[in-house]
Ligand binder design. Structure first.
Ligand SMILES: CC(C)(COP(=O)(O)OP(=O)(O)OC[C@H]1O[C@@H](n2cnc3c(N)ncnc32)[C@H](O)[C@@H]1OP(=O)(O)O)[C@@H](O)C(=O)NCCC(=O)NCCS
Length: 154
């Protein structure tokens, strides 16, 4: 079966090595402290679940997830700022969680900045609950910022 999922003009498929430059462009547009090219290449190399969302062949979003020991960890979920707020983040997240279920993961975890309102709302709407805090986990202008740890059962 071809690993491409199409929906209303957008398509999702597994990320490839050659997608990394386009992924990096979205990453740097969306995050103040973006992942490096090396991190994305490492995620592909170790076999993490990495999917891209395409609009007319352009990468406009992606998700990165690890799955092991009955748990999945959403490591990155990102939509280009120009197309945020159109349901694409939810679509990528649901796709990742569906994949995690096929691997028999029972719980999903993620971390999110305390200030990241759009992500916190999305995750809460998708069934994630706050289960903890990592103090000073993220770099932030003038210091560090806490991460909220969220989880949901699958
Ligand atoms: C967080 C992110 C992935 C959400 O993707 P998105 O495509 O913009 O979000 P969606 O359109 O799928 O929104 C899903 C729900 O989240 C909520 N939401 C999204 N943006 C919101 C905002 N700015 N304020 C409040 N709620 C918001 C809405 O309730 C929305 O549902 P609704 O439109 O049915 O009301 C995206 O904003 C992003 O890439 N941000 C930068 C990277 C990032 O912070 N990633 C998360 C790291 S943990």
């Amino acid at each position: 079966m071809k690993a491409v999922v199409k929906d209303f003009g957008f398509a999702m498929r597994p990320m490839r090595e050659e997608d990394v430059p386009a992924v990096l462009r979205v990453e740097t547009a969306a995050y103040p402290y973006p992942w490096t090219e090396g991190i994305f290449r490492d995620c592909l190399r170790v076999g993490y679940c990495c999917w891209v969302l395409l609009a007319y062949e352009d990468v406009v979003g992606y998700g990165v997830m690890s799955i092991a020991a009955g748990e999945c960890h959403i490591l990155n979920l990102c939509v280009h700022p120009q197309v945020q707020g159109r349901g694409l983040g939810r679509r990528i997240l649901r796709r990742l969680l569906a994949i995690a279920r096929t691997h028999k993961a029972g719980t999903a975890f993620l971390e999110v900045r305390v200030s990241n309102r759009s992500a916190l709302v999305l995750y809460a709407l998708e069934g994630f609950c706050e289960v903890g805090t990592r103090r000073a986990y993220y770099p932030h202008v003038g210091g560090r910022e806490d991460a909220v740890i969220m989880a949901r059962s699958l």
